[in-house]
Design a binder for this molecule. Structure first.
Ligand code: NDP
Length: 271
């Protein structure tokens, strides 16, 4: 017997999830607040969330928990929550599910809609609930029992992405002031990021042992470099918010007495 799965939310991501479920042979029900979104091929549109809750599994993929909260009902059998949020919001939802006798799987999607249904799409999930529908979306990765953990991983990794993209765009703007195109510059950046990636395990270890002795590069030199970066951006007529924020953060570690220590000591300020 085919399992029935409902998808609440036919936005960019929800539509991709519904399509992938259909392709894997599930019977798919879909609900969306507005009528303007297309019904994915093979799926059956329902007019109310209540009708969607008749399915064996309900997948939610909405803008936020704020939007999702009023839609949830104790009539859901298994809730697979793929709406992004904070760890605390995920834990509240897990508690709500427990109190209402709803089996709960918390997940976050580490992919864009175009990747859904391919092995490259990672879905972080937690708990012991029935998570098998996740196989239809890509590569499920169990990150632990706590419902807050998928969101924690998600936000930590996205934080790296936002910081990296911000740094890249600042660099593209800086190079652009002298007519150097992204096309010319980007291959250099890609190689640099790969090299930086190899340095992370050592950096991570230093934060664990809180041993910041270094013969590579002291924080003092990096703070002075960040001042140069800030000045160069200003001289070229660019916004300096990002280099300034980095400069100020690193400088606070320097002021705390970490000047001769490695960059990893900046975590002492962050913590
Ligand atoms: P969209 O903006 O494309 O879709 C948002 C969905 O939420 C729509 O179905 C919309 O319905 C619904 N919605 C918004 N407000 C309400 C409301 N008050 N009541 C009922 N439904 C509402 O967003 P995405 O599909 O891109 O994102 C959905 C989730 O997936 C988010 O949590 C996002 O973080 C996550 N995600 C998205 C990724 C992406 O690349 N797109 C990547 C990883 C995670 P309506 O059509 O009526 O407006």
């Amino acid at each position: 017997i085919k399992k029935t799965v409902s998808v609440l939310g036919l936005g960019r991501m929800g539509s991709a999830l519904a399509r992938a479920l259909g392709e894997k042979g599930y019977e798919v029900l879909v609900w969306n607040r507005s009528a303007d979104k297309a019904t994915p091929p093979g799926a059956r549109r329902v007019g109310t969330p209540e009708e969607a809750f008749e399915a064996d599994v309900v997948v939610t993929c909405l803008t936020s928990y704020e939007v999702q909260r009023p839609l949830l009902s104790k009539n859901i059998k298994v809730l697979v929550n793929l709406t992004s949020g904070t760890p605390e919001e995920a834990r509240e939802t897990a508690k709500w599910a427990e109190d209402n006798g709803v089996e709960y799987v918390d997940g976050v999607i580490m992919a864009v809609p175009q990747q859904i249904g391919t092995p490259g799409a990672r879905i972080f999930f937690s708990g012991n609930g029935n998570h098998h529908v996740l196989d239809a979306f890509g590569e499920p990765v169990h990150v632990g029992e706590d419902a807050g953990l998928p969101a924690l991983y998600d936000l930590a990794l996205l934080g790296i992405m936002w910081a990296t993209f911000g740094g890249y765009l600042q660099a593209v703007a800086l190079m652009g002031t002298e007519g150097i195109t992204p096309e010319k510059f980007t291959p250099m950046v890609a190689a640099w990021l790969t090299e930086l990636g190899t340095m992370l395990p050592a950096l991570g270890e230093e934060t664990r042992h809180r041993d910041y002795e270094t013969d590579v590069s002291a924080l003092d030199i990096n703070v002075s470099g960040l001042r140069m970066l800030m000045e160069a951006n200003a001289q070229q007529g660019l916004d300096t918010a990002l280099p300034r924020a980095l400069h100020d953060l690193y400088e606070r570690a320097q002021l705390k007495g970490h000047g001769t220590h490695s960059i990893a000591s900046v975590i002492e300020v962050i913590r």
